[in-house]
Design a protein around this ligand. Sequence first.
Ligand SMILES: Cc1cc2nc3c(=O)[nH]c(=O)nc-3n(C[C@H](O)[C@H](O)[C@H](O)COP(=O)(O)O)c2cc1C
Length: 336
Amino acid sequence: MLDPGAFGYFAGGTGDEFTLRDNVEAFSRWQLRPRVLVDVSEVTTATTVLGREVSMPLLVAPTAFQRLAHPDGELATAGAAAATGTVMCQSTLSSVTPGELATAAPDARLWFQLYWSRDRGFTSDLLARVVEAGFEAVVFTVDFPAAGRRERDLRAAFTLPDDLPTPNIPASLQRQDFHAALGQIVDTTLTWRDLEWLRETCSLPVLLKGILSAEDALLAAEHGAAGVIVSNHGGRQLDGVSASLDALPEVVEAVGGRLEVLMDGGVRRGTDVLKALALGARVVLVGRSVVWGLAVGGQEGARDVLELLRAEVALGLTLLGCRSPGEVTRAHVKSK
Ligand SMILES: Cc1cc2nc3c(=O)[nH]c(=O)nc-3n(C[C@H](O)[C@H](O)[C@H](O)COP(=O)(O)O)c2cc1C
């Protein structure tokens, strides 16, 4: 349903796409260990993240430029998340402002993903608008000091349509060449010290997205992050890094319950969600699967994907012998 350029943008990774493929393949390297004769007459997929309930251990990951998938773009995705009782994380690279999204989907639970530009005044104004719009958390993406080299986009000479608004980045970057602008939307001088500025500027809990090592997870805990998202940006940044699922255990072990550990990358099935939970993730996020639903059927399509995944998680929990996501433990999985 998508133009080839847009399809390549959504589907692709960087370099040889080793990490893109490995994100999915990593799930086949683990096997579930069900327990039997457990009373599973009542199973719930509900859980909590950052202290608040969600209907399932699966949230909508931030993905940019959703209007390329469907004219309703982010508004449709927020409606789908609201209809299924989960959180949508809005990308900085959206076609609507945080206020517009919150107004259009008043029932949606929203987090905001931050690309932090060199213009501090712009960034603090943006954060103020995020707080004012009632968002619940800020997801600071830390694996993007430069845009990865996405060769599908280069081969297709992919450019953004002229009429695609990007209101959450400084005006000076808005109408630049797509690849040049992507590389300039973040301040490359940022270090751990700047997290203090973020926490002083914005009262919301901050999650760091793009953590792949125990060392960085510990630094995140020391610098007051509320959580980390183990992620390699869906294989779209440094090619050759480990699959998110493979990086998850070392991060979980390092933080030892001091902060919440989330993960994304390669989740395609309810059973993938169960494996991530067993390896210590509080919840997972899904990127491309929701975009495909959005492309096929707008809000309904995105909602169908989320409902399908929720039904798979419910059935998987039942067959695994768990009454809720909280009952899934390390003993429910083994490496192949
Ligand atoms: C088309 C596309 C756009 C994305 N845009 C963003 C973004 O703007 N900000 C961000 O932090 N991550 C972005 N990501 C990464 C996702 O948040 C997430 O880490 C990744 O998609 C998870 O992998 P999955 O697609 O296999 O579920 C993007 C991913 C895709 C596929």
